[in-house]
Write a protein that binds this ligand. Sequence first.
Ligand code: SF4
Ligand code: MG
Length: 325
Amino acid sequence: NNILLNISGLQTYFYTDEGVSKAVDGVDYYVKRGETIGVVGESGCGKSVAALSVMRLIPQPPGKIVGGDITFEGKSLLGLSKHDMRKIRGNKISMIFQEPMTSLNPVFTIGNQISEAIQLHQGFSKKEAMNRAVEMLKLVGIPSPEQRVKEYPHQLSGGMRQRAMIAMALSCNPSLLIADEPTTALDVTIQAQILDLMASLKEEFNTAIILITHDLGVVAETVARVVVMYAGKVVEEADVYHIFEQPLHPYTVGLLRSIPRIDLSVKKKERLQEISGIVPIPSQLPSGCLFHPRCSSVMDICRQKLPELKYYKEEKHKVRCWLYD
Ligand code: SF4
Ligand code: MG
């Protein structure tokens, strides 16, 4: 079985004073061993909540996984005890975030943090673990790693911190890395370097990667397959070629138009075409197709009935939109 992670019908709700917030409401996607996929959508579409559900890191209350299942290596993660989940987190599944300071502890040296993770999960001695930490820092392209392991996170630049976080995430050789907006806080040059780094590490370790981003431009050269999310649901899924060459869902089309073109926008002052309107608040979702208030192709049925995620022309391309029914 080639499927590493399978999310099916996932529903993660938050119970707040304002009502039930359906942050993730029926999400299906999978990742094969060694595959890189992109999960794309504006912020507030449920991408991170779905990923945190996989890690079982949803704060409860107010959050709760109320439906669906998540299987990893064929076993349901939702049934695991906290203890068993801890053995998977950081070991078989690692997650990195936009801001490395949320994962790196400011009061411990880089070396201490990486080696501690290695000791915890791999049963290495302190010395072996520190040697491995040095090795990992070297692997992610941090110069003079023997020196860097003794430094604290604030002594590193933003790009170097992100590299250190990747080193930590990969130090236990996980089979799945979830990267949530890993390059969003970085400038464009460093961004490209980090994406290259992730691609080469993936080759080296055969790690499957879920790259979560609001920027379709980031996934273009990085992932094999793209899952587009809107308002807590998957609205389109296809290989990266079809997403760029033959996008079906009006939301995907809008995301493509709003990819920042750094080269052009600076010189020619080309304006990005933003999608008009905003992502609905998950406690106040519209009727029918959740995208209908922002869609320029809206039809009567769109306001009344929610379309299903369906295969388009029997290709490996799925879309949730009445235009293709
Ligand atoms: Fe637009 Fe209708 Fe398709 Fe929704 S179902 S994206 S409103 S055309
Ligand atoms: Mg997010």
